[in-house]
Design a protein around this ligand. Structure first.
Ligand SMILES: Cc1cc2nc3c(=O)[nH]c(=O)nc-3n(C[C@H](O)[C@H](O)[C@H](O)COP(=O)(O)OP(=O)(O)OC[C@H]3O[C@@H](n4cnc5c(N)ncnc54)[C@H](O)[C@@H]3O)c2cc1C
Length: 444
């Protein structure tokens, strides 16, 4: 059997590796436009900030490493067409067009940064960040700038803004909605991070879309906001979301939804012998019981493991997603899972919430820091969301809440759960327990 994989990102390369773990005979060929495979885009902000010394450090494997596993990697190669009847792809490498047959085709084409339709996005000094080469280009350019503006205050926007601050630039972070991280956090939780970013010298401009970028001598100079405010910056990063890359999927006739390719629990598309994983597909939301997007490296890798089982004829199932996320910006970690109160409201789910400020360690233990926990339950007390901000130990608690939501636990169930404790690492009553105890009181 020959498997052709289009895409060398987390989805594509993990599919290749996982098929090989399960089967030594299957022929596997990967195509990517990139100059690298097996790197972590998630680490780009930390190379820009110099926390990780070089971009080479975030490349985990080379094509030669894959060749040893009998996986063929084609770098800087564009797949331009797919003939699903002949089961054949057309690709262009070094300006030469060639064709290759497949038995099974995997679309792991990822996504492209969304570019808002406004004047000035083509000016010099305006960037998007998706690939390692984008990261290198941005870092080189930033070395000669004194100021930068980042538009879009999702996770990537915040991480890049902070990285620029670490490089010594004067940074403005803007978001058209009135809060940062609007997809994952409620406004009361966002405020805590907004305060921290401002205390670190990052200027925030919230609730105002940018309508135009103005330049001088073809270089970007000024961002113009909806209310007429103008902010000067020597470089501008557009981090205004990611759109699934669907060119080939549409060419083949794969069924698509609002955000991406529609796939089964086994990662099959609507076209026979064509599969898809990663940022280009829609996932099923565990809470909303409807399709959603889950453009996360973790989702891409889990989908790839499922697909490898499907392709090698094993029992496979990709579970619904909760979109658990975490990041660290400067001293502050923050994470979230499930729905925010705003998303719950938008989906007609009545929510009951409570927020507590606890500590990361026993009160008397040195360096105990505040830990803000917000828990969101539905009308029956079932946990449907959680948001946590602290200087340490956020990820493990988000994972606990992910498990709690997956298992359908209520706030009462969790308040009776056993948590490990020692003064340097927690409070005797865990911050999560304090939060669910508080929200439980609202049900009496
Ligand atoms: C700066 C940044 C930080 C991030 N941080 C996190 C994080 O902390 N945690 C997290 O979970 N996620 C994070 N993500 C998201 C995560 O990186 C993505 O969800 C993940 O990379 C998606 O993998 P993918 O394989 O679906 O797509 P991609 O990585 O985009 O790969 C798509 C591949 O398809 C190839 N391709 C597309 N079309 C063609 C074609 N026609 N011919 C040949 N090749 C083609 C591309 O060249 C590329 O190799 C971050 C992303 C960025 C950019």
């Amino acid at each position: 059997m020959k498997v052709v994989i289009i895409g060398g990102g987390a989805g594509g390369i993990s599919t290749a590796s996982n098929i090989r773990k399960l089967d030594e005979e299957i022929e596997i060929t990967v195509f990517t436009r990139d100059r690298y495979v097996s790197y972590s885009p998630c680490a780009i902000p930390y190379v820009i900030s110099n926390t990780i010394p070089s971009f080479e450090d975030i490349v985990m494997r080379s094509p030669e490493d894959y060749a040893k596993k009998n996986i063929e990697i084609n770098l800087e190669t564009e797949v331009t067409a797919v003939d699903k009847d002949k089961k054949e792809i057309t690709y262009v490498k070094d300006n030469v067009e060639k064709k290759m047959k497949y038995d099974k085709l995997v679309l792991a084409t990822g996504g492209s940064p969304f570019v808002p339709p406004m004047k000035g996005v083509d000016l010099e000094g305006v960037f998007k960040i998706r690939t390692l080469d984008d990261g290198k280009e941005v870092k080189e350019y930033a070395k000669n700038c004194k100021s930068a503006l980042v538009t879009g205050a999702g996770l990537i926007g915040i991480e890049i803004a902070y990285a620029f601050k670490e490089m010594g630039l004067e940074v403005t972070l803007c978001e058209m909605l009135p809060q940062i991280v609007p997809r994952s956090l409620d406004p009361d939780m966002s405020r805590i991070i907004e305060g921290y970013l401002e205390s670190e010298g990052i200027r925030l401009m919230l609730g105002q879309p940018i309508t135009e970028l103005k330049g001088e001598d073809e270089k970007v100079k000024t961002a113009v906001f909806d209310d007429g405010t103008e902010v000067d910056a020597e470089m501008i990063i557009l981090s205004t979301g990611v759109r699934a890359e669907l060119t080939l999927a549409n060419m083949i006739g794969c069924e698509t939804g609002r955000w991406g390719i529609i796939v089964s629990e086994q990662m099959e598309t609507s076209v026979e012998d064509v599969y898809a994983v990663g940022d280009c597909v829609e996932s099923f939301s565990a809470i909303l019981k409807a399709n959603t997007i889950s453009q996360l490296g973790t989702t891409a890798v889990r989908q790839a493991k499922t697909l490898a089982k499907t392709i090698t004829g094993r029992k496979s199932k990709f579970n619904p997603v909760l979109n658990s996320m975490v990041t660290k910006v400067g001293r502050l970690e923050f994470g979230a899972v499930g729905l925010t109160t705003i998303f719950a409201q938008q989906n007609n789910i009545k929510s009951v919430t409570e927020k507590v400020e606890a500590l990361t360690r026993a009160r008397y233990y040195p360096n105990a820091k505040p830990m803000n926990v917000k828990v969101i339950c539905d009308a029956d007390g079932k946990i449907i969301g959680c948001q946590i901000i602290a200087e340490e130990r956020v990820a493990e608690r988000i994972d606990t809440m992910t498990l709690a939501i997956t298992e359908g636990l209520t706030c009462y169930d969790l308040s009776n759960m056993e948590f490990a404790y020692a003064p340097p690492v927690s409070m005797v009553t865990d911050p999560l327990v304090l939060a669910v105890e508080e929200v439980s009181k609202k049900f009496h």
